[in-house]
Design a protein around this ligand. Structure first.
Ligand code: ST9
Ligand code: ZN
Ligand code: ZN
Length: 339
């Protein structure tokens, strides 16, 4: 069995595996890009972001100490806010808007955009633009959170420094016509700051305080800051942990890995070797709803008539791909790092 020689095939192959071959895709790995020779540009810290992230995480830790004082309805509300903001990222910014892996009706897109503002991870347009660059130029200078720069950079560091110029240069070449044509995406972008203020901070705090008399401090620090920081870190673990630790059953030539712990905390987004191999699969995993609340949510939306056209990769295509780029040696399945 001879494989791994055909890196060049990767791009064309993934496109051929697509259910619709007419669309051009910007989320498929481009192996023709070569990093520029010579010294790397200097790291430029963005102190505003560093200070805000330290304040947020300090506030979240304080929220953790307040947990024993939170009433049961407040705890339930915190979980609900977690699920909503997570869905705004997983089902919204990621599977719908970055990868077009299914179609959503107008009301569902409005819901997902509101949920997305609750997660405060940049507006959908910017998130999807960065994410397509991440897939297309994975683990190079043009990847916004290049995991070859280490766990810290891939996790949070990339949000604390100026971007590598290649990220911007390559990103500017993406057309993003689908995003520009989506009125929900562009409306959220225009009103982003106000929507974040309301949905990420005001609503999570005011609801428990007003409706069941929770103390203002608990309401602000638990469903507000603690929930926000946990959703952020669960998301960032996909970029850090799921690019470093786990198995590679589908493609051993890339670093993204299957990480069940990340899959659990990120509502199904930890099957990252599969996802980078087949980015257009709406389930981001071979195994449907297993450890994958987001897939269960999208399936429910399809059942209710709010979503349709879920793209899935057939078993035959998966088997053929595993034959070609899957593990030859047991050590690969165990997840040897950085081939
Ligand atoms: C956050 C995002 O946390 C998290 C994303 C994670 C992604 C995960 C993916 C994994 C898979 C999915 C799993 C989901 C799991 C969810 C689980 C949930 C439980 N292309 O950016 P600027 C241009 S955000 C093209 O300022 P600097 C463009 O013209 C957290 N062009 O660059 C732009 O202007 P505009 C909260 C691009 O100065 C201009 O350059 N937010 C591109 O280097 C300037 O851009 C923060 O912390 C591109 N890709 O600054 C703030 N990029 O946008 C974060 C840029 O107007 N950001 N251009 O068109 C910043 O402050 C800054 O971006 C910076 C870099 C300091 C990081
Ligand atoms: Zn990735
Ligand atoms: Zn993706």
């Amino acid at each position: 069995q001879q494989h791994h020689g055909g890196d060049k095939q990767q791009n064309g192959d993934a496109v051929a595996e697509l259910p619709t071959t007419t669309t051009t895709r910007d989320d498929v790995f481009d192996d023709t890009y070569k990093e520029k020779e010579g010294p790397k540009p200097p790291r430029m810290l963005v102190w505003r972001n560093i200070i805000l992230m330290v304040l947020l995480h300090t506030g979240a830790l304080y929220g953790l100490t307040l947990l024993p004082y939170a009433s049961a309805p407040t705890l339930a509300w915190t979980v609900l806010c977690y699920l909503l903001s997570a869905l705004g990222v997983t089902a919204g910014a990621h599977r719908l808007w970055s990868h077009k892996s299914y179609k959503a009706s107008f009301p569902l897109r409005v819901f997902l955009a509101l949920a997305n503002s609750m997660s405060f991870q940049n507006d959908i347009y910017e998130w999807a633009r960065d994410h397509r660059v991440h897939h297309k130029y994975s683990e190079t200078d043009a990847d916004p959170h290049n995991a070859l720069r280490g766990f810290f950079f891939a996790h949070i560091g990339w949000l604390l420094v100026r971007k590598h110029p290649d990220v911007i240069e390559k990103g500017r070449k993406l057309e993003l016509l689908d995003l520009k044509a989506d009125e929900v995406v562009m409306f959220q972008r225009r009103h982003y700051k106000m929507s974040v203020l309301l949905l990420c901070f005001v609503v999570p705090t005011v609801v428990p305080w007003y409706f069941w008399g929770e103390s203002f401090a608990v309401a602000y620090f638990v469903p507000g800051l603690l929930r926000y920081a946990v959703v952020l870190n669960a998301t960032w673990l996909v970029n850090s942990a799921a690019h470093l630790w786990g198995n590679r059953p589908y493609d051993t030539t890339i670093n993204p890995r299957e990480n069940p712990l990340v899959a659990f905390s990120a509502m199904g987004e930890g099957f990252h070797n599969y996802h980078h191999t087949f980015p257009f699969d709406y389930s981001t995993s071979e195994f449907g709803c297993k450890l994958n609340l987001t897939t269960a949510f999208i399936d429910t939306m399809c059942f209710l008539g709010f979503a349709q056209d879920c793209k899935r990769v057939s078993k035959e295509v998966i088997t053929a791909r595993v034959q070609r780029t899957g593990p030859l040696l047991k050590s690969d399945v165990q997840g040897a790092q950085f081939p």
